[in-house]
Each structure stands twice: as structure tokens, then as C-alpha cells.
Design a protein around this ligand. Structure first.
Ligand SMILES: O=C(O)CCC(=O)C(=O)O
Ligand SMILES: [Fe+2]
Length: 256
């Protein structure tokens, strides 16, 4: 994107004006505080969203395929990824958006806490692509607490690619003596038997905010051939610096 076009795009409001309505923000804050998840519809104004789609379309050419079982969680990662470091090297738009004051202020209002960007080159911002039947981003927690996700390509409602999440996962595990990041299948079964797994589906253009450090979450396997789901995940935290596990490097780091 040319510098002048970028400047003119990002010097005006970038987020839909309903996100400046205190009553609406308050409603979103309540939902997020109760569930750890809130859908943000028509979040970016159209020209910003369209530039985002074009930018991710270009960036996705750098994707790397992944197909493995994540150690610890013991859940599948069958997907393609573009890491934070690749995005940092190639997209002024995304880097500028990540630090954008209006974006951070709006998210902080919904989270009800100041937020910081994260200092992990691979994990501060990533692109995840599900591209064929069976592709899935299995159950996990993120290292940073808050994931702001923009959905750029989506599947129809009944064809997989839905987000499932378990609110208060860490407390559930603590209550039952389960490791929150180890062999999560048992805890997921327990949550399922108690009706604690929530599901959300998103169409292209939807965004959502997740307390990804507390809610175990996954994206269900794509159910049909020739379907695609693309997301951009921007990570934030209310702590200035945070500990990182090995999972982000395994998924996004440079290895064959
Ligand atoms: O694709 C999604 O909606 C979730 C992405 C996610 O969980 C992640 O990037 O850690
Ligand atoms: Fe995640």
C-alpha cells in the first residue's frame, strides 16, 4: 500500500461509529466479562477492512504448512500460518494497525483494563489459514491474555470452521486437579458433559475478542473440500511483559 494512501486511511477513524457509543461499549464489556468472548460485528470501517483483506491476501503467500500434534495439549494443528516476524517484515499497514490508538482504546474499554502489545516477534500478530477439509486449529490457550481476531474468509455455518471455547477453563481444571495445558481431552470431555462448550460462528468481516489465556479454544475442522477460513490474530495483554511457553515457536517459528 502506498504511504500516502496508508496515511489517509489511518488518520481518520478506523472503527465503526457504533463503537463510540458508551451504552453499546458497556454492553460488550458485560458480555466479555461474563463469557470471556464477545463478537464485534462491523468493527472496522469498510475501506480499512478492504485494505486488510488485500494485505492478508498478499501476505498469505508467505504461509507455511503445519500438520502436527502440539506437545502438552496433545491436540492437532493442521493449518497454514504466517508468523509475526514475517508480518513485521512485510506489512506497514498491519504494524501500524497493531499500535493504533483507536483500536487499543476500544479494546481496552471492552476489556475494562489498559492493554499492552506483546513482545514476542512470532506471537504478537499472526495469520492462520484453514484451507482444506480436515484443517483445524486444535484446543489450546494463548500465552497472551487477549486475542483480537479479524475474520477475513469464512465458511458457511454448517461446514466447520467454528470457534469453540470453554470459559473459566483454568478454574475448571484447578477444581478437578487437571493440568490446564496438558492432555486437555479429559477436561474437554468434562466440559462437554456439563454443557460448558460454547460455539460461535463468524462470517467474513466479523471480528471477536477472546480471553484466550483463560478460555480453552479451538477452531473446528473444515467439513468440506474447497472451503477456506482466514483470520488475523492480534495479541494484547494487561501485563507489560509476560512469560511465553514453547507452543508459539513450534507453530509459528522457523523450522522445516
Ligand atoms: O482462528 C481463530 O478464530 C482462532 C485463532 C487462535 O486461536 C489463535 O490464533 O491462537
Ligand atoms: Fe488461540
Amino acid at each position: 500500500m502506498a504511504d500516502t494512501a496508508l496515511l489517509s486511511l489511518l488518520s481518520k477513524p478506523i472503527i465503526g461509529k457504533h463503537y463510540r457509543d458508551p451504552a453499546y461499549l458497556d454492553q460488550l464489556r458485560c458480555i466479555f466479562s461474563e463469557y470471556g468472548y464477545v463478537k464485534l460485528t462491523e468493527f472496522f470501517i469498510k475501506p480499512v477492512y478492504e485494505s486488510l483483506v488485500a494485505e492478508i491476501g498478499a501476505i498469505q503467500r508467505k504461509k507455511r504448512k503445519r500438520d502436527f500434534q502440539m506437545p502438552g495439549y496433545a491436540t492437532p494443528r493442521i493449518m497454514s500460518v504466517v508468523s509475526g516476524s514475517e508480518i513485521l517484515e512485510s506489512s506497514v499497514l498491519l504494524v501500524t494497525l497493531y499500535g493504533h490508538c483507536e483500536l487499543r482504546k476500544t479494546l481496552a474499554t471492552i476489556i475494562d483494563h489498559d492493554i499492552f502489545g506483546v513482545h514476542h516477534r512470532e506471537e504478537l500478530m499472526v495469520v492462520n489459514l484453514l484451507e482444506k477439509r480436515g484443517d483445524t486449529h486444535g484446543w489450546h490457550l494463548d500465552d497472551p491474555r487477549y486475542a483480537f481476531i479479524a475474520v477475513l474468509k469464512a465458511t458457511p455455518n454448517d461446514q466447520g470452521g467454528s470457534v469453540e471455547y470453554i470459559s473459566n477453563w483454568r478454574s475448571l481444571c484447578a477444581e478437578h486437579g487437571l493440568g490446564a495445558e496438558q492432555n486437555v481431552d479429559k477436561g474437554v470431555e468434562l466440559a462437554a458433559s456439563r454443557g460448558m462448550i460454547r460455539q460461535a460462528h463468524h462470517k467474513a468481516g466479523d471480528c471477536y475478542l477472546l480471553n484466550a489465556g483463560e478460555c480453552l479454544h479451538r477452531v473446528t475442522p473444515l467439513a468440506v473440500d474447497k472451503s477456506e477460513r482466514w483470520v488475523l490474530n492480534m495479541a494484547f495483554d494487561d501485563r507489560m511483559s509476560i512469560p511465553f511457553g514453547a507452543t508459539a515457536d513450534l507453530l509459528y517459528g522457523e523450522h522445516p
